[in-house]
Design a protein around this ligand. Sequence first.
Ligand SMILES: [Mn+2]
Length: 351
Amino acid sequence: MRDRTDRPGAPPPAPPLDDGTAERPGHQAVGETAWTRALTLIEQADEVALACHVSPDGDALGSMLAVGAVLRSLGKKVVASFGDRRFSVPRLLRFLPGQDLLVPPSAFPAEPELMITFDSSTLDRLGLLSANAGKAREVVVMDHHPSNTGFGTVSLIDPDVAATAVLAEQLIYRLGGTLDRDVATCLYAGLVTDTGSFRHSSTTPAAHEMAARLVATGLRTDEIARELWDRSPFGYLKVLAAALDRVTLEDGLVWTSVTHLDRASYGLPYEEVEAIIDVIRRTDEAEVAVVLKEDDLGAWQVSMRSKGAVDVAALCTALGGGGHRSAAGFTSHDSVETTMNRIRALLPRKA
Ligand SMILES: [Mn+2]
């Protein structure tokens, strides 16, 4: 990827990263063969089609946009998307730079020569774009979910890293790309989202070292934090109040629900209620927290959190979903009562 200066309008070769890269953690979960294969495919491709999981979070969209911006700066044709039926960037991620790369799923190449997926643990998580992945000549899967099914032709999967953004930074480094402030902002959004602002157990020395490299580009940690966590429309407070009014504590489990009607009264989009689980899960008396959120189509999107003793990923996987040990989810088309009974049946009995 370094000899493209002969192309008209191509940028000069990217300078090597600064000395901080010498301390780059030498993670070996992704083998050199896979990295080499991915780099070769990128080098040979005329166009690279990027996709992340549906209802993207900061890690999915941030990793994708960071890699997209770098590939473009290296002279590649790039297209990026996610397979939601209603294609819209979540409000709290609209500050991420480089969104001009995004196209709706309908404009995504039907049979990409090279597709790279970000933070998606299964083909299904690509939503509408799973069909495109099925027809792609090559699919490079970049992810950190332990449950990843390895659905691509090249796996850049490391369950030990804090975020897909960690792997995205690795790829950027290996491509010889420049870690400028915009690219770093996208990666930082991924890193802070998945470490819960450096609070989760995934907050390793390597995660902080990566943060240091990113912050050194001059990005605004205060602005990023406000965009991601510290703002919401007024209606959010009223919907939160309704959810808190219904919250129930039973035997180590705390749970509540947020109906479509709650949100409709204040015109609050579904995405705004994602954060309610972070209020509920603080309950001292509960190991497991659950929030059932009714989406615009009437299905219940169930978020689960544990403090570590209970593997909610296993529980959610058993109910058709997935996730991480302490943060997972699934979709239910049954009533709140039936859904909660299913969850209770799978929870370990309190000692
Ligand atoms: Mn992630």
